[in-house]
Every structure is written in C-alpha cells, then in structure tokens.
Design a protein around this ligand. Structure first.
Ligand code: PLP
Length: 378
C-alpha cells in the first residue's frame, strides 16, 4: 500500500538519536533549547517553546492567551479534532466558522458575517492552514483587531510553508503559531510540537504552562527565598516537555525542511499536470505554490467517494480523507452541533480524497497512483 503520508528518516537522523542514547541527557539536556532555537531561526521569530505534541502546543497556546471557563473559541470544522479540543481542555466553549470551498481554509466572508451578527464574540480564533496553505491572514488579522480577538495559527500542516514571502510561524498576523512534528507532517520528532511567538510576555507563559507552571527565574519569584534549590509554581501547568531523544531527531530533520517541501511541491506539480482531464476538483496549484503541501486533496465531483476510496485501496493506493467536520463528531454533537450547521465543510468532506504525497515517494509510485486514478475515474 502506498501511504497517503510518511516520514523520511535517514542515517544522519538515526545517528543523532543514538548519540543522545550513548552520550547525552535523555531529557532536560541541551537539545530541546537548541531545537527551539532552530525552529525560531527557521520561522524568523524571537521565541519558541517545544513540546511533546502539536496538541500540547495548541493547549498551551490557549492557556497563554488566557482562555478559560466562560470564554469562547472559534475554529473551523475542516480540521483534526485537536484544533477544537484545545479550547475544551481549558473549559471554554467552542464554535465554528465555515470554510471557503476553493481554499478549504476559513472563509473570510463567513468570519466577517459571523462577527457582525453574533451575540457572543470569541476570545480567540484558531485558524488552520489546511494542507499547508496559509489562510488569508491579512484580512483575518484586520477583522480580529477590529473586534479585539486573539489569533492562534494551527500550522500543524504548514511548517516550511510561506505567506507573502515570509515563513509561516513568524506571527506577523497572529499572537502565536502552533506546529506538529508527528511523522506525517513536514518534519518529525516522532511525537512533538512547538509554539512560536513574537511576544516575550506570551513566551514566558508558554514556557510555564509547558513545564508544570514552575519557574526557576529568581527575579520573578513571588514568595519563596531565592535559595539555589528553590523553584516556584506560578500557574497550573502541565508536563508537556519534549525529550532530548525527540529533540535530536527534530534538530536533524529541520535541516531538511526545504528539501522535503520541495519534494512535496514537485509531487503536487505532477498531480497538477497529470490529473487535468479527470472530472475532479484539484487544489489551485499556482495560487497555493507557497504551501507546505502536507496534503494533496482532490474532490470527486461526479463519483461516489466511498466507492472510489474502496477501489483505490483495493489497488494498493492508500488514499485517505481529511477531514470529517469536527462538529459532526459525537462529542461535538453532544454540545449541540448538528449536521447542516456548516454546509461548505460538509459538502467538501463528502467529496474529499487525499492522494499520497510524502518526500520519499518515488516517481514510479506516483505514476501508479496517477494511472490507477485515471482507470478508476473514467
Ligand atoms: C496533526 C494535527 C494536530 C495535532 O498534532 P499532534 O502532534 O498529532 O498532536 C493538530 N491540528 C492539525 C490540523 C493537525 O493536522
């Protein structure tokens, strides 16, 4: 089965991890701060906090922005459940803004309309750069500034992507950006994630929430004497630490970010030129050229998706579906959401099919995917 996504780990990556096992601290050594610096350098931002997953990254992002009971967070239905769960972890309410049918990202018109008519404004908006293609951040930031809403970028798909020529994660149009380094994402640390920000104040909070709410920064102590053994807990934080084993893998992988994104873009380019005659919707390759190309999603506008899915899987093509709209999950239905609430996300979902795209995919593998698609769809 040709998978829809896969990591690419080489001997250099393996050596980096083995070196930690043989010679270094397994956790709380020097590699996590080094990985944080490397992410900050790559995304051209002053501050980065590395954590043990993208989900933890989203959770501490919400906490740092003060999301709590009685607050409301908005995100999109077309994402992984973690984009909404992070608000629920904080005790906040959640609501959704529908997507744009063309970009599959948050619809700026829908956002504007909802902001104008809602009886209750959110504290935070979590935008998702679906498939690695950046949302219309300029317009979104302008709207959120007008209404005093903070912005989290869920850039789990988008490490290595660019927006207006700048790296996604530089937070020019947001308060914080969250990344995931799960093996299917641009680079991997096995499990792992990070939050970037330009705000020193938010960075201090992010570091606290990722590490039990505990600080060893003596000038900030509130009560205890600054004896050498003393640490102080200022918030109810979590143990979301990344280990040095994971950081070593991440540090080795991050050097290859541009290479990986280029491979993904080349695969997308070949799909773009090879699938033109099929009765499907494709991503707008030219408009999305700076995407990190985490996913390549087609929409089956004249076929039954379940049938095509089954037929392709039978032929060894590991197609997948991204995403079941979050509000259709039983947990979110129990909060009162219903089918029909976000029709664009629902209609997109009914037709969506993710094709294999990953940096180690060979041209032969891709030609097989293309040939099988042509057979199955004609
Ligand atoms: C992968 C992903 C996450 C969660 O990341 P983990 O590292 O798996 O916790 C969050 N949001 C989106 C959009 C994702 O694709």
């Amino acid at each position: 089965m040709i998978p829809y996504g896969s990591h690419l780990v080489d001997e250099e990556d393996i050596d980096a991890v083995v070196d930690v096992l043989k010679n270094k601290f397994l956790t709380q050594g020097e590699l996590v701060p080094k990985f944080e610096q490397a992410i900050a350098d790559y995304t051209d931002v002053p501050y980065c906090t590395a954590v043990n997953s993208g989900t933890s990254a989203l959770h501490i992002a919400c906490l740092a922005l003060g999301v709590g009971t009685g607050d409301l967070v908005w995100t999109v239905p077309n994402s992984f459940v973690a984009s909404a769960n992070c608000a629920r972890y904080c005790g906040a309410g959640i609501d959704f803004v529908d997507i744009d049918a063309k970009t599959r990202n948050i619809s700026v018109e829908a956002l504007e309309g909802k902001l104008k008519t809602t009886s209750r404004l959110p504290k935070v908006l979590i935008v998702v750069h679906f498939s690695g293609f950046c949302c219309d951040m300029k317009a979104i930031k302008a709207l959120c500034d007008t209404y005093g809403i903070a912005i989290i970028e869920d850039a789990a798909h988008a490490f290595g992507g660019r927006y207006l020529k700048h790296p996604i994660g530089n937070c020019d149009y947001s308060d914080v950006t969250a990344f995931s380094f799960h093996p299917v994402k641009t680079i991997t640390s096995a499990e792992g994630g990070a939050v970037t920000t330009k705000s020193e104040d938010l960075h201090v909070k992010l570091q606290l929430f990722a590490k039990h709410g505990v600080t060893r920064d003596t000038p900030t102590y509130k009560a205890l004497p600054p004896e050498p053994w003393v640490y102080e807990q200022h918030e109810l934080g979590f143990n979301y630490r990344l280990s040095d084993l994971h950081a070593a893998l991440g540090l080795s992988q991050i050097k290859k970010t541009d290479e990986f994104v280029t491979s993904r873009r080349n695969i997308a380019a070949l799909y773009e030129s090879s699938l033109q005659t099929l009765p499907i919707e494709r991503p707008n390759f030219k408009a999305q050229i700076d995407s990190a190309w985490h996913l390549y999603v087609i929409e089956l506008v004249s076929h039954n998706r379940a049938e095509i899915f089954a037929e392709l899987r039978k032929r060894g093509i590991g197609v997948n579906v991204h995403y079941i709209p979050i509000h259709l999950q039983p947990y979110y239905q129990s909060l009162g959401f219903r089918e029909g609430n976000f029709p664009v996300s629902e209609q997109y979902y009914n037709m969506a099919l993710s094709l294999p795209i990953f940096p180690s995919m060979t041209e032969n593998q891709q030609q097989k995917v293309i040939a099988e698609l042509h057979e199955v769809l004609s």
